[in-house]
Design a protein around this ligand. Structure first.
Ligand SMILES: NC(=O)c1ccc[n+]([C@@H]2O[C@H](COP(=O)([O-])OP(=O)(O)OC[C@H]3O[C@@H](n4cnc5c(N)ncnc54)[C@H](OP(=O)(O)O)[C@@H]3O)[C@@H](O)[C@H]2O)c1
Length: 308
């Protein structure tokens, strides 16, 4: 197959690049080579490279700070990018594809936990990431439309919080794992006291971008046997305070305190039942083992990897 990966330079895309085989021909354009906000740019790329399978990872993504301060841009850009790629994919006869959603599409106050794929419309996404959440919900809505009206087979994968090598480690707009790694690194370097603000009850599920990449490959391999249009990709819950202690242990840096503060959604626990049914042989890495690889990689590459 000729597989086009949007967002190939991002966290998941970069991890995916490390495990692809030459069984397929792969394309990983950057936003400069194929700008998803510009339909003509996508069309020209399709005409030149003739993909017949799409993996849509590109998005305007970020942590809590970015979600709160760039609501307009996050909604607008994600809607436009998703609409453009769907429209051109269908126009150029791509019938099969994988689209990256997120567990942020789920309600902040669901009827019960863990949340399952059928609960998306059982409430609003959390106000702290509503723009991103709604844009991603609408991607899933439109995918259902394409599948039912045009007979395409577009499958959404909805991962929980991601982390990994090639993550966005920018302190202003990164996600929690990357932000904590960066903060511990700077504090330990300067031997400064670090204050971490979090709710003591806050919990999150984490999946490494490496594991998600393996699941993307498995999805391609098993594509014809998968009959779901959305699969939550997740693992067990961790308290944010547990995450802080794991990272502190790896840095061997104890000069920090946790300040209790209500920030964001307390928990968004999602079910892995469907994921385990579709991928019964999948083995996810432990958070601690992964961080033991990622943190030395982060330190070694510090000068080149922190995005502005
Ligand atoms: N990170 C998480 O915790 C998380 C959790 C759940 C779901 N997801 C989903 O997973 C997917 C990948 O996330 P990620 O963390 O890998 O993202 P990321 O590291 O922030 O990378 C974003 C990617 O989107 C591309 N992009 C942005 N604007 C573009 C445009 N106008 N045209 C073309 N490409 C554009 C970027 O390309 P350039 O660098 O070339 O500009 C980059 O490759 C997203 O759909 C996201 O919603 C992420």
């Amino acid at each position: 197959m000729r597989i086009l990966v949007t967002g190939g330079s991002g966290t998941i895309g970069s991890n995916l690049k490390e495990i692809i085989s030459d069984k397929h021909i792969w394309f990983f354009p950057t936003s400069k080579e194929m700008n998803l906000l510009d339909e003509r740019s996508i069309e020209l790329y399709f005409i030149k490279n003739k993909p017949n399978f799409i993996i849509h990872l590109a998005a305007n993504v970020g942590g809590l700070y970015k979600n709160l301060h760039s609501k307009v841009e996050m909604f607008r850009e994600n809607i436009i990018m998703n609409e453009n790629i769907l429209n051109i994919s269908y126009k150029y006869n791509i019938k099969n594809g994988i689209f990256c959603c997120s567990t942020c599409i789920f309600p902040f106050n669901p009827p019960s936990y863990p949340m399952t794929e059928d609960m998306i419309l059982k409430g609003e996404p959390h106000p702290s990431n509503a723009s991103y959440g709604w844009a991603k919900r609408l991607l899933y809505f439109q995918i259902q439309n394409y599948n039912s009206q045009y007979g395409t087979k577009y499958i959404c994968l909805s991962p929980c919080n991601l982390y990994g090598k090639y993550d966005n480690f920018n302190l202003e707009n990164s996600h929690v794992v990357a932000a904590l790694i960066h903060k511990f690194y700077l504090a330990s370097l300067k031997n400064e006291h670090l204050e971490i603000k979090t709710s003591l009850e806050s919990k999150r599920q984490f999946i490494s971008a490496k594991d998600l990449s393996k699941i993307i490959i498995r999805t391609i391999e098993k594509f014809n046997t998968i009959h779901y249009d959305n699969i939550i990709i997740t693992d067990k819950d961790f308290l944010i305070t547990e995450l802080v202690h794991i990272i502190s242990n790896i840095f061997n840096y104890k000069n920090f305190s946790i300040i209790e503060e209500e920030i964001g959604q307390v928990k968004k626990t999602c079910s892995d039942i469907r994921m385990r049914e579709v991928f019964p042989d999948i083995q996810l890495s432990s958070l601690e083992n992964e961080l033991n690889e990622i943190i030395p990689w982060f330190i070694k590459n510090y000068n080149t990897i922190v995005r502005t």
